[in-house]
Design a protein around this ligand. Structure first.
Ligand SMILES: Nc1ncnc2c1ncn2[C@@H]1O[C@H](COP(=O)(O)OP(=O)(O)O)[C@@H](O)[C@H]1O
Ligand SMILES: [Mg+2]
Length: 286
């Protein structure tokens, strides 16, 4: 059982994460993404404070925490869209700034919270954008590019929307198109910021079942603790920019943690053969 108290600021971030047995240093042989003691300062305030995090390759990690706890900032640092103020993010042992942007884009797909695109594009056009990092300049799409696009379209349940203009889609459909664009990219690392936000429950479950079944490392910011408990191999809980707990959902999602991090009284029971935690909310704490 992990210590889940956010009231112990002395705990070094490296031991608080525990997501990867080698998460405390940068290794030449390291595979995948690795954030090593990253901090980010904005407006003189630390919005991310010494986070060490290395998702197990191929696993699905849920990024949890209240509004403003630093989830989006961490995802943007992992994607190389933001630079850490201190610390480093590496991909297979190489610091992100040392890698050509195009190479990063071939490996790593990111869907941000307010993902938008040019309005005149169709669904198919948006998915084809996902293939750009894989193509040499001025070369037409290959048969493989088209196969990847069609497969992503089908996986996201958008085949019958292929020619629909982006601006005519509903919020949930747009979200699915952005996710399909990320899948068309055929990444090894997939970073999703609250991807279930505008989706109905069927599409929420569909999406998480899909990403957990892919042989891809997925880091997904989620608000719904029960979805995280059902689908994530590991969860990382942020609170005021710090990692306060990390590990299997069953170890992390305790009544005590939920009270301390979210200020909410909850009852946690165990469900199903895997005894995944199920959270029932009882009210806010004063
Ligand atoms: N560019 C910025 N300038 C100032 N503050 C920022 C900036 N970006 C984010 N923040 C602040 O950092 C904190 C963490 O933000 P964010 O990573 O978006 O949290 P989350 O995704 O968990 O809701 C918030 O308090 C937010 O207001
Ligand atoms: Mg956010």
């Amino acid at each position: 059982m992990k210590e889940t108290s956010p009231t112990e600021p002395e705990a070094p971030a490296a031991t608080a994460t525990g997501l990867h047995p080698t998460a405390t240093g940068v290794h030449a042989e390291a595979t995948g993404l690795h954030a090593d003691r990253v901090s980010r300062r904005a407006d003189g305030r630390l919005i991310l404070d010494g986070v060490t995090f290395a998702p197990e390759p191929g696993s699905t990690v849920g990024l949890l925490g209240p509004n403003g706890s630093g989830k989006s900032t961490l995802l943007r640092l992992l994607a190389g869209l933001l630079a850490p103020s201190t610390g480093v993010v590496t991909l297979d042992g190489t610091a992100l700034p040392a890698l050509p942007r195009r190479e990063v884009a071939r490996r790593l797909a990111v869907v941000e919270q307010q993902a938008d695109t040019q309005t005149e594009l169709t669904v198919l056009d948006v998915l084809r954008l996902g293939r750009v990092p894989h193509r040499r300049a001025w070369t037409p799409a290959s048969a493989h590019d088209e196969r990847a696009v069609r497969a992503a379209l089908e996986r996201a349940g958008l085949t019958d929307r292929a020619d629909q203009p982006w601006h005519t889609l509903s919020g949930g459909e747009r979200q699915r198109v952005q996710i399909a664009r990320a899948l068309a990219q055929e990444p090894r690392e997939l970073l999703l910021d609250e991807p279930t936000n505008h989706l109905d429950i069927h599409h929420q479950l569909d999406l998480l079942a899909l990403v957990t079944a892919l042989p891809v490392t997925t880091v997904v910011a989620l608000h719904d603790l029960n979805l995280a408990a059902m689908y994530c191999d590991q969860v990382l809980v942020l609170h005021a920019g710090r990692v306060v707990a990390a590990g299997a959902p069953g170890d992390v999602l305790t009544e005590r943690l939920i009270a301390e991090v979210y200020g909410v009284r909850a009852a946690v029971t165990r469900e199903g053969p895997e005894e995944r935690p199920h959270v029932r909310f009882l009210g806010t704490l004063a």
